[in-house]
Design a protein around this ligand. Structure first.
Ligand code: PEP
Length: 257
């Protein structure tokens, strides 16, 4: 099996004003001075910054992603943004099913599945997020929850070329807590196995499965070199170019595990 090139994606969430774009410029400069070709890099700023971010990143290898999309291409849906609009603004990927959307907006697996299909329709990569809550973790229900979320959220049309799965335990997001590398390996292996049942071993074996939840420069090396981990979805630590670069940098040959 060919090695999967990792992806380090930064999710800015509802953070970022025009002044924050300086961080994007700084990241671009840092990666130009000291490239890390071992990994792909993506930044997902809020939709309001996509067009300006696309201008800053033009001609660089840093990919631009968005954080959510509506399932439909256009229509009377005040305040929503379609995948086509995100592509038009310069995005090449979109996060769907982030736990903050599942919790804050009651998004179901069915809706997440429809959003992933919308991403494909618009030519975007879908970054499909799954993850158990703290209560589910405590109850030992993690694998059942993840199986259900994968079955419901990952469309039959998902392929390694158009889909990234991000495992983000809800209790690890923004909390400073992380699962142990052994637990991450078990869960990621399980996810790949379920993806194999859903999509076949060829697609599953080539699909990126990111870990997300309190990834920081200090713990990146221990989390990102775990078997079946093909990169990270980074929240808080992606807001500062220096921290985000320090996470990306663990992939430079020889610096990791
Ligand atoms: C996220 O919400 O996608 C995330 C991983 O957040 P943090 O890194 O801040 O835990």
């Amino acid at each position: 099996m060919t090695a999967i090139k990792p992806l380090v994606a930064g999710n800015w969430k509802m953070n970022g004003l025009d002044s924050s774009l300086a961080e994007l410029g700084a990241l671009r400069e840092r990666l130009a001075e000291a490239p890390v070709p071992e990994t792909d890099v993506m930044v997902c700023p809020p939709a309001t910054l996509l067009t300006r971010a696309a201008e800053i990143l033009a001609g660089s290898d840093i990919e631009l992603g968005a954080q959510d999309c509506h399932p439909l291409a256009s229509g009377p849906h005040t305040g929503d943004i379609s995948a086509e609009m995100l592509a038009d603004a310069g995005a090449t990927a979109v996060i769907v099913g982030h736990s903050e959307r599942r919790i804050d907006h009651g998004e179901t697996d069915t809706l997440v599945n429809a959003k992933a299909l919308a991403a494909y329709r618009a030519g975007l990569t879908a970054i499909i997020c799954i993850g158990e809550t703290e209560a589910e973790h405590r109850d030992g229900a993690t694998l059942d929850v993840l199986r259900r979320q994968l079955q419901g959220s990952v469309p039959e049309e998902a392929r390694a070329a158009n889909t990234v799965v991000a495992y983000e335990p809800v209790w690890a997001i923004g909390s400073g807590l992380t699962p142990t590398p052994v637990d991450v390996a078990e869960v990621h292996g399980f996810i790949r196995g379920v993806l194999g049942q859903l999509l076949g071993d060829a697609q599953s074996g080539a699909m990126r499965i990111l870990y997300g939840g309190s990834v920081k420069p200090a713990n990146a090396a221990e989390l990102l070199f775990v078997p079946d981990v093909n990169g990270a979805l980074v929240g808080g630590a992606s807001l500062k170019a220096s921290d985000f670069y320090a996470i990306i940098e663990v992939y430079r040959a020889g610096t990791g595990a």
